[in-house]
Ligand binder design. Structure first.
Ligand code: SAM
Length: 287
């Protein structure tokens, strides 16, 4: 159990699909061989595969879905097979790998991968872990990396409420708590991971991949349910951070739960490819 339920991953999948940056996915695809062997770290039930596989332009793909959560790993094969059965053009081989990403990278077989994918995972890791992962990728020959949907700290409700900032400051503290990897990067993830990969010899591009939840415009029950789940999740995280403010946070959640609103949640997608920039010789030193 990782704290991420299959129900929540199902609710967020359409939001993620609408938010991911297709341009970075296209450039990731261009860096892959004809029959790519792909690794998705923290794969959950395979949401990233379902979005990305059709955008790779490769009829033969082999995926390894790595995760530490038994329940999600048990649900993944059916979720992927049910989807793949409707993609007649795709010859997909997919396997699951149970592994604790915090414990090291040996089990991931990074040298045997043509590309590495992550989605909504790198904001959980620590700065030290990001540095070790970047070094392991460099040692494995710098396969291209597409790390989607790391939070960047921007959260805005429309219409705003005077207590949004009060609650969201406490949520941000919670986001930085240890999620098993050391102090979590949270909103620092896009830039810290980018810097770690650049130090490891990658060229990195970031792109916005924000969620926009507008239940009235969508007319979709799923968006309304996701918005309710986010408000409840924010209230729970803020209360855990500051139990003394429980009543004020509960009042905020009750108001938010009963008032139509649009919610924007900032994320970044990150593409890293081996940096082929020629190194310029340093100017001759005269002293
Ligand atoms: C927010 S979910 C994202 C899941 C999936 N990538 C998606 O986009 O739907 C984070 C995932 O990271 C996994 N995870 C968290 N810590 C982990 C660890 N130490 N080892 C392996 N997986 C982990 C969780 O089990 C969960 O599936």
């Amino acid at each position: 159990m990782s704290g991420f339920s299959a129900d929540w991953l199902r609710l967020r999948e359409p939001l993620d699909a609408a938010a991911r940056d297709p341009g970075l996915a296209h450039r990731f695809a261009a860096a892959l061989p004809e029959r790519p062997r792909l690794l998705d770290i923290g794969a959950g039930t395979g949401s990233a595969l379902r979005w990305l596989a059709p955008r790779l332009g490769r009829p033969a793909q082999r995926w390894t879905l790595a995760d530490g959560d038994d329940a999600l790993l048990a649900a993944a094969p059916r979720a992927v097979a049910g989807w793949a059965a409707r993609q007649s053009w795709l010859h997909l081989e997919a396997e699951t790998l149970r592994t604790d990403l915090a414990a090291g990278f040996e089990a991931l077989d990074l040298p045997g991968r043509d590309g590495v994918v992550a989605s909504a995972v790198l904001d959980l890791v620590s700065e030290a872990w990001a540095g070790r992962f970047a070094a392991a990728l460099a040692a494995a020959g710098r396969p291209p990396v597409l790390a989607m949907l790391s939070v960047d700290g921007r959260v805005a409700f429309d219409p705003p409420d005077a207590d949004d900032a009060f609650v969201l400051e406490r949520v941000a503290v919670h986001t930085g708590r240890d999620k098993g990897f050391g102090p979590a990067l949270g909103a620092r993830a896009p830039h810290v991971v980018a810097a770690a990969l650049e130090r490891a010899g990658y060229a990195v591009t970031l792109a916005a991949s924000d969620w926009r939840l507008d239940p009235a415009a969508d007319g979709d029950d799923g968006t309304a349910a996701a918005l309710r789940a986010l408000v409840a999740g924010y209230a729970a995280a803020a209360t855990e951070t500051d139990p003394g403010a429980a009543d004020r946070i509960a009042a905020w959640a009750a108001w938010r739960g009963s008032t139509p609103a649009v919610l924007q949640v900032g994320h970044r997608d990150l593409l890293a490819v081996a940096d082929r920039t020629p190194v310029m010789p340093s100017p001759a030193r005269t002293c």
